[in-house]
Design a protein around this ligand. Structure first.
Ligand SMILES: C[S@@+](CC[C@H](N)C(=O)[O-])C[C@H]1O[C@@H](n2cnc3c(N)ncnc32)[C@H](O)[C@@H]1O
Length: 320
């Protein structure tokens, strides 16, 4: 049973520090084991130069659980019934940097090239007035909320449009922040004034250093924990847009292929897939075509999903 740490082990501050350092030391062989475990769980490959980062992040966890050394933590986290601790370990190493309206060229493209077409098709009755968007690897919610602001502006629900935005992430910690939908007021600089006025609420009194998304915005966005590297995940149906931006940067090629194959099963036939601007993934799947830099369509009918044989691709949705 893990115990909560006390200060009884050492009489001086220096001694205490040394004890902490010793117990958190991560021998090269054990680093390799964590590397493989993290890769198996989340598809994230921690390069050798991440040794210090992993040591620092896990040391905090070790202290909290009152464990004596990293070997003990490894034993704990690999037990079959320790799914929660494995999720916490992954939480320790994910990079969650994000902001509102990040990479504005993607938002401009939607307004310029995609939305007019959708409106036209809806008026001709060739497209339902229902839009589904997935932000895969959404971090603390800024990306799905930015998409929600853009969508609500162009496709007002009072005119009959139905909007559903799903934000998913592997990290429990960031999903809690996303659901809370409260951000430091200085982040308001990231949001264009018209959206700020329409969809964000400024805190008052004790909350004056915060802002919160409006109930209207909150209503169209929901969040779920999804590990994109898992063999299957509980996502239903297809999406008109999938944003998977700045998520696959720490993945090796095999993991990228696996994740993109999983995601593409949920892209509607006329849908678009967005990657981050520093990610060049357009050639990873034969059926992906580049409609603009880092924006892709997928010819699903004529190409197997990446990471699958052609016959397996034919199984379509049923494999979930
Ligand atoms: C750098 S953030 C990008 C956030 C947002 N998409 C953006 O571009 O601003 C990357 C996110 O991907 C998540 N992530 C990493 N590996 C994942 C996995 N296997 N499944 C789901 N999410 C993952 C991380 O937890 C993190 O929140």
């Amino acid at each position: 049973m893990p115990r909560i740490e006390t200060n009884s082990g050492s009489s001086t501050a220096a001694g205490g520090q040394r004890e902490t350092n010793d117990r958190a030391a991560l021998a090269p062989g054990l680093f390799t084991k964590f590397q493989q475990l993290i890769y198996k769980e989340a598809g994230i490959w921690l390069a050798a130069h991440k040794h210090a980062l992993l040591t620092g992040r896990l040391a905090r966890r070790l202290r909290l659980l009152g464990l004596s050394n990293m070997q003990e933590y490894y034993r704990l986290v690999t037990q079959p019934d320790q799914q929660h601790e494995r999720a916490v370990m992954i939480d320790c190493i994910t990079t969650n940097e994000t902001h509102f309206f990040r990479e504005p060229r993607h938002f401009d493209y939607l307004e310029r090239e995609v939305f007019p077409k959708w409106k036209q098709e809806a008026s001709e009755g060739t497209r339902p007035m229902r839009l589904r968007i997935w932000s895969a690897g959404c971090s603390s919610g800024q990306e799905p909320y930015s998409l929600a602001m853009l969508l609500l502006k162009h496709f007002p629900t009072e005119k009959g449009w139905e909007i559903e935005i799903l934000g998913t992430d592997i990290s429990i910690r960031v999903l809690e922040k996303a659901r809370a939908a409260t951000y430091p007021i200085e982040k308001s600089k990231e949001i264009p004034a018209e959206y700020l006025r329409a969809y964000m609420l400024k805190g008052k009194g004790d909350h004056k250093s915060e802002m919160k998304v409006s109930p209207e915005l909150h209503r169209v966005v929901r969040f779920a924990r999804v590990n994109l590297h898992a063999d299957s995940y509980p996502i239903l149906g297809t999406f008109d847009l999938i944003f998977c931006r700045n998520v696959l940067i720490y993945f090796d090629l095999d993991s990228k292929v696996k994740v993109i194959g999983g995601i593409l099963r949920h892209l509607s036939p006329s849908g678009l897939l967005f990657f981050g601007h520093s990610e060049h993934l357009g050639t990873i799947a034969p059926g992906l075509t580049t409609v603009a830099p880092t924006i892709h369509a997928f010819a699903r009918s004529s190409h197997p999903l990446p990471g699958q044989t052609r016959s397996a691709a034919g199984m379509g949705e049923s494999s979930f």
